[in-house]
Design a binder for this molecule. Structure first.
Ligand code: PGA
Length: 255
């Protein structure tokens, strides 16, 4: 079933940035996308720049603030952690959770990611839950299994009425930061699988769920992947640090 889903383009700055960079990059991006009626844009800077970026985007209704991670706990003795409550306090509407870099370098498990997603939903924020397979898993024909396991773990923890509050990002790990994007067909295949999996819990949530593609998205390849029926936007790493590239991606995502 086809449904109108507004594209969402998310900039994941990762551990890049400085006040000066935020100022100049955002000025260019805001100017370059002002005339676009869509897509919705989310900027995810490192924690320490969230409030600064919040001020810079304040008057722009199509640009929202997002964080790159949060704790699954709501408060307490968790040194160095940041809760979803705090993120809401500084103006975040979105939180990326379960990015493969966090799964890889910080040992986040499917269970941790599910707990984080729940805590984000509890604060009325939107989790952008990342899933994706390694090159090894793809080459040994395990892509579907891995994706289903990652999606099922979220669905198991999420009450039926909350599933439609989740955004998913499919990010094949072999495509992240490598310059080797998935083909539009490869992306569509996995996005379709994800939507079908969500439909096992709720058809309406599956129809409404935004599923973003991430992994070496550029101004040059964005239009093709966004042309796929089950692709509802992109999670952009490297190219989100280059204003001209990011604007091109947003241009390709207009609907
Ligand atoms: P990339 O990163 O666009 O640099 O491949 C995407 C991501 O990790 O979110």
């Amino acid at each position: 079933m086809t449904q109108e889903r507004q594209n969402l383009i998310v900039a994941n700055w990762k551990m890049n940035g400085a006040f000066e960079m935020a100022n100049s990059l955002l000025e260019e991006v805001l100017n370059g996308t002002r005339q676009f009626k869509s897509p919705s844009i989310v900027i995810c800077p490192p924690f320490v720049y969230l409030q600064h970026v919040a001020q810079l985007i304040e008057s722009n209704s199509s640009v929202s603030l997002g964080a790159q991670n949060c704790s699954e706990h709501s408060a307490g003795a968790y040194t160095g952690e940041v809760s979803s409550n705090m993120l809401k306090d500084v103006g975040c509407q979105y939180v990326i959770c379960g990015h493969s870099e966090r799964r890889q370098y910080n040992g986040e498990t499917d269970e941790d990611v599910a707990q984080k997603a729940i805590s984000i939903i509890d604060r009325q924020l939107t989790p952008i839950v990342c899933v994706g397979e390694t090159l090894n898993e793809r080459q040994s024909g395990k892509t579907d299994l891995v994706i289903e396991r990652q999606i099922d773990s979220i669905l198991e923890h999420c009450e039926k009425q909350l599933v439609d509050r989740i955004t998913i990002a499919y990010e094949p790990i072999w495509a992240i930061g490598t310059g080797r994007s998935a083909t539009p067909e490869q992306a569509q295949e996995v996005h379709h699988l994800i939507r079908n999996r969500i439909a096992t819990l709720s058809q309406s949530a599956a129809d409404g769920c935004r599923i973003l593609y991430g992994g070496s998205v550029t101004g040059e390849n964005a239009a093709e992947v966004l042309g796929q029926i089950d692709v509802d936007g992109c999670l952009v790493g490297g190219a989100s640090l280059k204003a001209a590239q990011f604007i091109e991606i947003c241009r390709a995502a207009q609907r």
